[in-house]
Design a protein around this ligand. Structure first.
Ligand SMILES: Nc1nc2c(c(=O)[nH]1)N[C@H]1C(S)=C(S)[C@@H](COP(=O)(O)OP(=O)(O)OC[C@H]3O[C@@H](n4cnc5c(=O)[nH]c(N)nc54)[C@H](O)[C@@H]3O)O[C@H]1N2
Ligand SMILES: Nc1nc2c(c(=O)[nH]1)N[C@H]1C(S)=C(S)[C@@H](COP(=O)(O)OP(=O)(O)OC[C@H]3O[C@@H](n4cnc5c(=O)[nH]c(N)nc54)[C@H](O)[C@@H]3O)O[C@H]1N2
Ligand code: SF4
Ligand SMILES: [Mo]
Length: 752
């Protein structure tokens, strides 16, 4: 019997429908059983009616109650009583905490300017309300520095949008109709689980699934074929595929003529991209590239799934752009089951959120915008480093100078994010967080690594305890989250915390008085765009979700009509030329390769020949299966499952370094170092190592994680992070060796 069936007739149980808040494409609809007598949630499951959730949550969120009722949930405001980073705190009342925070913010604003205050947030919750819902008007009213939220998806988003026009693509459900599916740089079974049933449907009907990834992930293992590619080489593969497709006349000339722009220039460009040339870059045999191109061009319908793992290297934007050209070239968009999906978030883009964010409260001020990936630089007292942190994503944007740096950040307000663990160049981030003159507030569920550096920690509610509204980036359903239980202890929703902070600051706009339900109801009811037609507050209250008003089936570009400036799929992009980019798809090599060879034009390095123990490797650090970014990395069950922080290394790279399976190794570069346990395996391509993330520093053997070695450098487009473009050295840590870590290396793994 289904969970719903089991509880539906039990008068002691109330069933509340909500939505998973986590940063995951699937945005599942969930149902929670609540004991009416105690008000305690007793069970949670995936909503069987939801066409994407289909009754199942992933292994992590299936245990959401363990996270919500975790023994270490924060339930009172806390005030720091020990040195920053020590984690020594004492309880404070809300009144005390709020008035101290307001006094400190007023002090900073008076001594410097509102720009000395930096909000720092990402997608701990993806909810519109508990995300920036009340935070945005609060910081707009203040005139605080703005944050460019670039840590995840900007490079690919830009590259895709230059080509297709918006982050729109084929419907998730339509993967079921594909006969060939390329999962290209995405780990579906870990990070996008609810796509898999549609892929399985396609396979049952004879479809083939190929995974293009440097790692033999669980998705690659479950697929029909793993094509092992070197990190950062995808652009070269796409160009070579286009070389074969055009060279052999396999393109869809009719679709190309009607729905694309720049074909002749593209054809000329890809001429030099022979499979042989791409083979030296990608590590994929030329014959396999040629065959892949033919399969892709001739099997109909052909679908591509890319996601953000693909674009976390220097050329990430251009790589996604090159791949995004493929479906139009072969006319894949014409048929149900053909096309590409990077994200579905563009389908929601006509949401009018002005009633939520109140941009008008900034007035005529124009505060600086800081790139969140450069938090280390942003927190520096050196103006030159602060200037580097200013957001200037395109080549045509003037390079900020010391004169633009603005005041040092004197107050940092962190919510929905754990920068001490998730940000690149961790050493620089921690140096900043350690500054005695920096006033830091952290809104959190748990005493995270970041919270350890706070002056005040404010306890926030989880998704079981508050209202929210969710878009999705892996489907096109809008979801409402209703609170199932009362806030634990004294915790409050982010929205209420910012309302109270606004009151303490003396901000008296009506938006700071509106309550959560009312804010969301207004937001839903005010939508005028046709994609929101028919979605009412009542309907969301009743069902918990509603599909955007898109045609069914949804074949967005079957007839062309791309939301680009030309209305076509842009093989040639005038806008890119204006923004300072090559207007045609090209190959932008990753930085590690440039450093490695000393010359970005040098494309060959034979990774399969024995390498000296001195040579560097490229490190990628995609998510561990049981963690969600840094969330769940403090839940015992999941720590036990992941066991310990590891690094996968290929035998050809392990041998010359005398690294054996299970050895404790040090992964290091000029930025920092981290101790990990080696897993010697052929599941990662030679020349690369893979360290699954994101471990908490305090759950790690040496109090550090893999972001010790990741760079603050930015991708070619969008100013995104280059998490998977880090040059590292790996060596065995011999007992008693000179290079001992500074911190105690005793593992502190709970239950491991
Ligand atoms: N090395 C490496 N680093 C990476 C990545 C990688 O692949 N490798 N991935 C990057 C990517 S893609 C991303 S998106 C970022 C993600 O980085 P984050 O956005 O920081 O990730 P999360 O761990 O999802 O969420 C952070 C915190 O938000 C808190 N939180 C959740 N809900 C709420 C709420 O309602 N209120 C409050 N106040 N807090 C809440 C959680 O408790 C959690 O501690 O990490 C990036 N970092
Ligand atoms: N369980 C779980 N699910 C998650 C998350 C999580 O932390 N845990 N994080 C969520 C978030 S914030 C995001 S952004 C998404 C990300 O979801 P995905 O896009 O699937 O991202 P990743 O897992 O970062 O990377 C996917 C794959 O890309 C491969 N890869 C790395 N570099 C390259 C490359 O240069 N080329 C190619 N072809 N492949 C490459 C990696 O080996 C990995 O297998 O997942 C979300 N879902
Ligand atoms: S993390 Fe993703 S797969 Fe898991 S319940 Fe949430 S939305 Fe669904
Ligand atoms: Mo992400």
């Amino acid at each position: 019997m289904s969970k719903l069936g089991h509880y539906a007739h039990d008068p002691a149980i109330a069933i509340v429908t909500g939505a998973c808040p986590h940063d995951c494409p699937d945005t599942c609809s969930w149902q929670v059983a609540v004991d009416r007598a105690t008000g305690r949630a007793v069970d949670i499951w995936g909503n069987a009616d939801h066409p994407i959730t289909q009754g199942k949550l992933c292994g992590k969120v299936d245990r959401y109650l363990e996270r919500t009722y975790h023994r270490e949930r924060l339930t009172t405001p806390l005030k720091r009583i020990g040195p920053k980073g020590s984690g020594q705190f004492a309880p404070a009342t809300w009144e005390e905490a709020l008035s101290a925070i307001a006094a400190n913010l007023q002090r900073v604003i008076a001594a410097h300017s509102p720009e000395a205050v930096l909000p720092y947030s990402y997608a701990g919750t993806m909810g519109l309300l508990q995300g920036e819902g009340v935070a945005a008007p609060f910081f707009n009213k203040m005139g605080a520095s703005r944050l460019a939220r670039t840590i995840c998806s900007e490079a690919g988003g830009e590259g895709y949008s230059y080509t297709i026009g918006a982050k729109e693509g084929m419907a998730t459900e339509d993967y079921a109709h594909a006969r060939l599916i390329l999962i290209w740089g995405s780990n579906t079974l870990t990070s996008n689980l609810h796509l898999w049933p549609f892929i399985q449907q396609a396979r049952k009907a004879g479809g083939r699934v190929i995974v293009i990834d440097p790692a033999n992930t669980r998705t690659a293992q479950a697929a029909d074929e793993w094509i092992a590619i070197r990190p950062g080489a995808d652009g070269a593969l796409a160009l070579a595929m286009m070389h074969v497709i055009i060279g052999e006349g396999l393109h869809d000339a009719d679709y190309v003529a009607r729905a694309t722009i720049g074909f002749d220039a593209l054809a000329a460009r890809v001429q030099e991209w022979t499979p042989e040339r791409a083979a030296t870059i990608t590590g994929i045999p030329a014959g396999r590239i040629r065959h892949l191109a033919r399969e892709y061009a001739t099997i109909r319908p052909a679908a591509i799934r890319i996601n953000y793992g693909l674009q976390r290297h220097y050329g990430g934007g251009m790589a996604v752009r090159a791949i995004a050209c493929l479906p139009a070239l072969v006319g894949a968009w014409r048929k149900q089951g053909g096309g590409i999906q990077l994200s579905s978030s563009g389908a929601f883009r006509r949401l009018n959120a002005t009633t939520l964010y109140h941009p008008e409260l900034i007035g005529d001020r124009n505060p600086r915008t800081i790139n969140m990936n450069r938090l280390g630089d942003a927190l520096s007292l050196e103006p030159a480093r602060r200037a580097r942190a200013l957001y200037h994503p395109r080549p045509v944007d003037p390079i900020p100078t010391i004169a633009d740096a603005g005041p040092p950040v004197q107050a940092l307000i962190v919510y929905n994010c754990n920068p001490a663990a998730v940000c690149p160049d961790q050493g620089a981030v921690l140096d900043g967080l350690r500054r005695a003159d920096l006033f830091t507030v952290v809104l959190e569920h748990f005493q995270t690594d970041t919270a350890d550096y706070a002056d005040y920690v404010l306890p926030a509610t989880t998704q079981l305890e508050h209202w929210d509204l969710h878009r999705a980036y892996g489907h096109t359903y809008l979801s409402l989250n209703r609170p199932a239980i009362a806030p634990l202890g004294q915790s409050l929703p982010n929205s209420e915390i910012f309302r109270r902070l606004a009151a303490a600051m003396g901000y008296d706009e009506p938006c700071f008085r509106a309550q959560d339900e009312e804010i969301l109801c207004t937001l839903v009811e005010r939508q005028r765009h046709v994609t929101y037609e028919g979605i009412t507050w009542e309907r969301l209250l009743r069902d918990g979700y509603a599909r955007l008003n898109l045609p069914d089936p949804y074949l967005p570009f079957a007839e062309g009509n791309f939301p680009t400036p030309s209305g076509k799929c842009e093989f040639y992009s005038e806008k890119m030329a204006r923004d300072g980019y090559d207007p045609l798809p090209t190959y932008v090599p990753p930085r590690w390769q440039e450093i490695e060879t000393g010359d970005s034009r040098l494309e060959t390095r034979d990774f399969s020949s024995p390498v000296s123990s001195l040579s560097s490797l490229v490190c990628i650090s995609p998510p561990a299966h049981s963690f969600l970014n840094s969330s769940f990395a403090n839940v015992d069950r999941f720590i036990r499952r992941e066991r310990q922080p590891v690094v996968q290394i290929h035998p050809v790279d392990a041998a010359p370094r005398r690294i054996g399976d299970g050895d404790r190794v040090r992964v290091w570069n000029e930025r920092g170092s981290v101790l990990l346990t080696a897993a010697v395996t052929e599941d990662i391509v030679p020349g690369a190592v893979l360290a699954p993330g994101i471990w908490w520093l305090k759950q790690s053997p040496d109090g550090r994680n893999i972001n010790q070695i990741t760079p603050q450098d930015e991708t070619d487009m969008g100013g995104s992070a280059m998490f998977y473009d880090a040059q590292v050295w790996v060596e065995v840590v011999a007992p008693g060796a000179a290079e001992q870590p500074e911190i105690d290396t005793t593992p502190v793994l709970a239950g491991a």
